[in-house]
Write a protein that binds this ligand. Structure first.
Ligand SMILES: Cc1cc2nc3c(=O)[nH]c(=O)nc-3n(C[C@H](O)[C@H](O)[C@H](O)COP(=O)(O)OP(=O)(O)OC[C@H]3O[C@@H](n4cnc5c(N)ncnc54)[C@H](O)[C@@H]3O)c2cc1C
Ligand SMILES: NC(=O)c1ccc[n+]([C@@H]2O[C@H](COP(=O)([O-])OP(=O)(O)OC[C@H]3O[C@@H](n4cnc5c(N)ncnc54)[C@H](OP(=O)(O)O)[C@@H]3O)[C@@H](O)[C@H]2O)c1
Length: 427
C-alpha cells in the first residue's frame, strides 16, 4: 500500500485519476505544466496547451458530461461554455482536496522505466531539472494540443494558421477566410468567423454527417441514448433518417454527401452550419489542389483569394516524454486494452486516451477507478492482455475511414459497459 504514483496532467482525466488513486490510499504527485486545473478547458489569450476559443461550448451535453462522483451544477445550461467547465473541474479538485497533490508550472520532460520496474521521471520547474522515482506512471497529457498541419504544393502569402491558435474571432474582422476541415473545430471556426469576416469559405475533402445540438428539444446525445438499445445498423439508420428530416441532404447546401453511415467519422455537431451557409455567409469548397500567392486552387478547378487560411485539421497524439522507440502513438494503431493497459508494462496507465462518440471524462473516471483497484490489489488484470489488445483493435465499436484522427475511437456507452463490467458493476 501507499505506492508512489506519478500522474502527468491536471486536466479532466488527470484530476479523476488523482482522486481515485488517493481514495485507494496511494501517495499521488500530479505534475502540470500549466497554472490551473482543467487542461484544455483553461482558456488562454495566447497559444498554449488549450485548444478552446473564446466562444467554445461543449458538444457533449451536460447530462452525459459529468463525473458520477461529482454532478454538474443544476443551473448549468445543456451545453456549458469553456468557463463553466473550467469552474467545474476546479470545483472537483477543491471538493476532493486535490490541490495539495498538484505541482503546477512543472513540465514532465522524460519518463524512463528502470530495469527493476520503477519509473524515473524528469521534471522541469523554475528552470531547474529534477528526477523523481515512482512505483507507477499515469499518463493524462491529453490528445488535442499538438496541431496536425496539412501541406500543399505551392506557397501561400497570407496568414496560414491552425485552429489551435484561434483565440478571438475579432482577429478575422474584414478578412477573407478559408477554413479547412469537416470536424467540430472547422464548423465552429467557420460559423464564428462568419459573424465578422468579409467572407468565409469552408473546404471539405469528403462529406460528413453534421448533427444538430438538439433533436426534438433534447440534447442530441440524450436523444441518441434513448435509441441506444437498437442494434448498431438500425441505430445508424434511425439517426440518419432523423438527420435527413431535420437538414435534408448535404448537396442542398453545396456540400458533399457523407461517404458512409453515421459513426464512420468522429461526429460533427453544429447547430448553425447549414443555417449560415444558406444565409450566404459560408461558401462550401472542395479539397485544395495548390496554393499561389493569396490564391487557393481547389480540386474542382475553382479558385479563391484569401487573407487567412485556418487549418482545422486535428491533432497528433503525442507523448514527448517517452523515447519514440518505446511509445509512439502518433500514427496507426494504439495497442492498449480498454485504451489504458499496456500489453507488456504493468505499471503504466493511459487515462483519457480515447475518442468517444460522446464525452471523454466520464470514461476517464471509470478507467481511473479500475486503475486504482488494480494498484490497491482489488482487481487483477487478465493474463491474456496482449490477445485482448489485439481483439480490441480487430473489433472496434465503429468501422471508420482510415484517417489519422480515427485510431482511438470508442462508443461512449459500449466503452462504459466494458469498464463497468471489469469494475463488477451494472450500468
Ligand atoms: C475545442 C475543443 C472542444 C472539445 N470539446 C469536447 C467536448 O465537448 N466533450 C468532450 O468530451 N471532449 C471535448 N474535447 C476533447 C478534450 O480533449 C477533452 O474535453 C478533455 O480536455 C480531455 O481531458 P484530458 O485531461 O485527457 O486532457 P487535457 O484537457 O488536454 O489535459 C491535459 C493536461 O496535461 C498537461 N500536460 C500535458 N503535457 C504535459 C507535460 N509534459 N508535463 C506536465 N503537464 C503536461 C496539460 O497542461 C493539461 O493540463 C474538446 C477538445 C477541443 C480541442
Ligand atoms: N465545440 C466543441 O466542443 C468542439 C470544438 C472543436 C473541437 N472539438 C473536439 O476536439 C477534437 C478535435 O476536433 P478537430 O475538429 O479539431 O479535429 P478532427 O476531429 O481531427 O477533424 C479534422 C478534420 O480535418 C480534416 N483533415 C485532416 N487533415 C486534412 C488534410 N490534410 N486536408 C484536408 N482535410 C484534412 C479531417 O478529415 P478526415 O475526415 O478525412 O479525417 C477532419 O475533417 C474532437 O474531439 C472534437 O470533437 C470540440
Amino acid at each position: 500500500m501507499n505506492k508512489k504514483i506519478c500522474v502527468i496532467g491536471a486536466g479532466p482525466s488527470g484530476i479523476t485519476a488523482a482522486k481515485n488513486l488517493l481514495d485507494a490510499g496511494m501517495s499521488v504527485t500530479v505534475y502540470d505544466q500549466g497554472s490551473e486545473v482543467g487542461g484544455n478547458w483553461v482558456y488562454t489569450e495566447s497559444e498554449g496547451h488549450s485548444s478552446v476559443f473564446e466562444t467554445t461550448h461543449i458538444i457533449s451535453s451536460k447530462t452525459l458530461s459529468e463525473y458520477e462522483d461529482f454532478p454538474m451544477p443544476a443551473d448549468y445550461p445543456d451545453y456549458p461554455s469553456h468557463k463553466h467547465l473550467a469552474a467545474y473541474f476546479q470545483a472537483y479538485a477543491k471538493h476532493f482536496n486535490l490541490y495539495p497533490h498538484i505541482q503546477f508550472h512543472t513540465k514532465v520532460l522524460k519518463c524512463t522505466r528502470m530495469s527493476e520496474g520503477h519509473w524515473e521521471v524528469t521534471i522541469s520547474a523554475n528552470d531547474t531539472e529534477q528526477t523523481q522515482l515512482f512505483d507507477a506512471l499515469v499518463v493524462c497529457n491529453g490528445h488535442h494540443w499538438n496541431p496536425r498541419m496539412p501541406t500543399y504544393p505551392g506557397q501561400f502569402s497570407g496568414r496560414f494558421m491552425h485552429s489551435h491558435g484561434v483565440k478571438r474571432f475579432s482577429d478575422f474582422t474584414n478578412q477573407r477566410v478559408l477554413v479547412i476541415g469537416g470536424g467540430n473545430s472547422a464548423c465552429d471556426v467557420a460559423v464564428e468567423s462568419s459573424r465578422v469576416a468579409a467572407s468565409v469559405d469552408l473546404s471539405w475533402r469528403r462529406g460528413y454527417w453534421v448533427a444538430p445540438k438538439f433533436i426534438m428539444g433534447k440534447p442530441a446525445d440524450v436523444f441518441s441514448e434513448k435509441i441506444n438499445w437498437m442494434p448498431q445498423w438500425l441505430w445508424q439508420r434511425v439517426s440518419a433518417t432523423s438527420l435527413r428530416i431535420r437538414n435534408g441532404r448535404n448537396t442542398l447546401y453545396g456540400l458533399p454527401e457523407p461517404e458512409g453511415p453515421i459513426g464512420f467519422h468522429h461526429p460533427t455537431i453544429n447547430e448553425d452550419l447549414f443555417y449560415t451557409i444558406r444565409h450566404g455567409k459560408i461558401k462550401p469548397r472542395p479539397d485544395i489542389a495548390r496554393l499561389e500567392g493569396n490564391t487557393v486552387f481547389f480540386k474542382d478547378g475553382s479558385q479563391g483569394d484569401y487573407d487567412t487560411i485556418v487549418a482545422c485539421t486535428g491533432y497528433i497524439i503525442s507523448h514527448p516524454f517517452f523515447e519514440k522507440s518505446f511509445i509512439d502513438y502518433s500514427e496507426g494503431e494504439v495497442k492498449l486494452w480498454l485504451k489504458m493497459f499496456h500489453p507488456d508494462i504493468d505499471n503504466l496507465y493511459f487515462i483519457g486516451l480515447f475518442q468517444p462518440l460522446g464525452c471523454i471524462w466520464p470514461g476517464s473516471e471509470l478507467q481511473s477507478k479500475l486503475m486504482a483497484k488494480e494498484l490497491s490489489g482489488q482487481w487483477k488484470r487478465p493474463a491474456n492482455i496482449l490477445e485482448l489488445c489485439e481483439q480490441e483493435l480487430r473489433q472496434p465499436d465503429f468501422r471508420q475511414i482510415n484517417t489519422p484522427r480515427h485510431t482511438i475511437t470508442v462508443d461512449y456507452h459500449k466503452f462504459r459497459k466494458r469498464l463497468l463490467k471489469q469494475l463488477g458493476r451494472k450500468q
